[in-house]
Design a protein around this ligand. Sequence first.
Ligand code: CTP
Length: 281
Amino acid sequence: MFFSHRKDILRFLDAERDVSVVKSSFKPGDVIHYVLDRRRTLNISQNLHSLLPEVSPMKSRRFQTCAVVGNSGILLGSGCGKEIDSHDFVIRCNLAPVVEFAADVGTKSDFITMNPSVVQRAFGGFRNESDRAKFVHRLSMLNDSVLWIPAFMVKGGEKHVEWVNALILKNKLRVRTAYPSLRLIHAVRGYWITNKVQIKRPSTGLLMYTLATRFCDEIHLYGFWPFPKDVYGNLVKYHYYDELKYKYFSKAGPHRMPLEFKTLNLLHNKGALKLTTGKCE
Ligand code: CTP
């Protein structure tokens, strides 16, 4: 089933297009339905519209080797930073911090995702000036990288997205904002379900891997380890950088990360990708 897996993915999604909506998709004031919460709506604000890219930020971009970096604590002590940074294109998730962990995770960030909930979780809900300054500082380190914000998934994060957009505009940050298309998550889920991988909502890491199959010849995954212990029985933090706990073991969680991992591991064994879960040389 996996041999033609990349070609198959192309039948489900047009990664270049679905990676972001573009300016011409909407006009300010348009009302759209949330992808995973169809009864609720979102207004396309002037700020959001002004930050939509004119063309896909991934248009015509191809790389020989890419790294997709998940956020598992398995990265701590891995010494993988140099190897990760040696890839042509590095994708990271949820604005994870890098500088303090550079030896293990590297710093190169060509594409970085940011769920709206990150504002609350890592930047104090922008309650005071120092939270906002910390955020602006983090984004200013990204330069021309793509900042990918799933703004249309579920209701709840709209004010966070608006604040983020306002800070980017006010501080004239150079990040290249991208907002995934309304069909991306369904297309990715459709692909995996059709291949008998019964995921729930694809995790950010799986979404990134799926998109990367379009842009990268070789894909190397790091920081994917959704288990509380390593193979030697040592405790592994859920995130390498904070104290968040293993929430996905609850049936109510949105993802099936262990199942996703099993699938990625199968693809590793078939040579379709390279999964690193130990130390780098
Ligand atoms: N991940 C993993 N093992 C962990 C933590 C994360 O394999 N212990 C992978 C998952 O694919 C995850 C990605 O790394 O999507 C990024 O991690 P994180 O930012 O923690 O994602 P979550 O916020 O937990 O989930 P979401 O996918 O909803 O963003």
